[in-house]
Design a protein around this ligand. Structure first.
Ligand code: 13P
Length: 249
């Protein structure tokens, strides 16, 4: 299912009123597109988002979830809770979860497994830090992030995984990987998956780029053959910018 996808990760932005306002503007302005369009508001506003988007092609995703079925995990949200409100897509492994909340490859492997076992789609994020790139370690870091969290999964799990390569140095910094850097890494990711699994699995998985994607750079980034779309932060919070990025694909 190598599909084109444009997903907006709203992070900790937009209260209920703002969520409803942005979604109604987005629905009204949504261009005709072959791409899947996803928005990930905060947990608190997922139900409202589902209601607002009832007659829209835009899908709703969660930004995180816990790996356990249920129980004494204060402040956490389970896969079943998301599925109960018909949210079947979840972002896992965002660099902010890794760096600010101490989420490790091990934990992300558990979350991913639970989500997939429950029949959900996982948008799995990973990417190197600036020092890794400067020291030429970026390929090794990305390979180990993928291997540690995903490579114990069965072949069939890959039907429900979307990858999002997000170099940490490009997130929210205004600095973007060049289209060539994005293509180089996406091709490397596909090769790594082909070696661990098969060429057909590698060819079928959608790999999104994330990190300061804007209307002004989206066309060039999305034109690269191994870039299947984007995971958009800041620019997904403005309907005009987000729709311009959707048009770019
Ligand atoms: P920005 O687009 O704001 O750089 O954020 C990217 C991101 O983290 C999406 O998950």
């Amino acid at each position: 299912m190598r599909t084109k996808i444009v997903a907006g990760n709203w992070k900790m932005n937009k209260n209920l009123d703002e969520t409803e306002a942005l979604l109604s503007e987005l629905s009204a302005k949504l261009p005709d597109t072959h791409a899947e369009v996803i928005v990930a508001p905060t947990f608190l506003n997922l139900v409202a988002a589902q209601t607002s988007l009832q007659s829209s092609a835009i899908k709703v995703a969660a930004q995180n979830m816990h790996f356990a079925e249920s129980g004494a995990y204060t402040g956490e949200i389970s896969a079943d809770m998301l599925l109960n409100i018909e949210v079947d897509t979840v972002i896992i492994g965002h660099s902010e979860r890794r760096s600010l909340f101490g989420e490790t490859d091990d934990l992300l492997a558990k979350k991913t497994k639970t989500a997939l076992d429950k029949g959900m789609t996982v948008i799995f994020c990973f990417g190197e830090e600036l020092e890794d790139r400067k020291s030429g370690n970026h390929f090794a870091v990305v390979e180990s992030q993928l291997k540690n969290a995903l490579f114990d999964l069965d072949n069939s799990a890959w039907n429900n995984i979307v990858l999002a390569y997000e170099p940490v140095w490009a997130i929210g910094t205004g600095e973007t990987a060049s289209p060539e850097q994005a293509q180089e890494m996406h091709a490397f990711i596909r090769k790594t998956i082909a070696e661990a699994y098969s060429t057909s699995i590698a060819e079928e998985v959608s790999i999104l780029y994330g990190g300061s994607v804007k209307p002004s750079n989206a066309v060039e980034i999305f034109s690269k053959p191994d870039v299947d779309g984007g995971l958009i932060g800041g620019a997904s919070l403005k309907a005009d910018d987000f729709t311009a990025i959707i048009k770019a694909i």
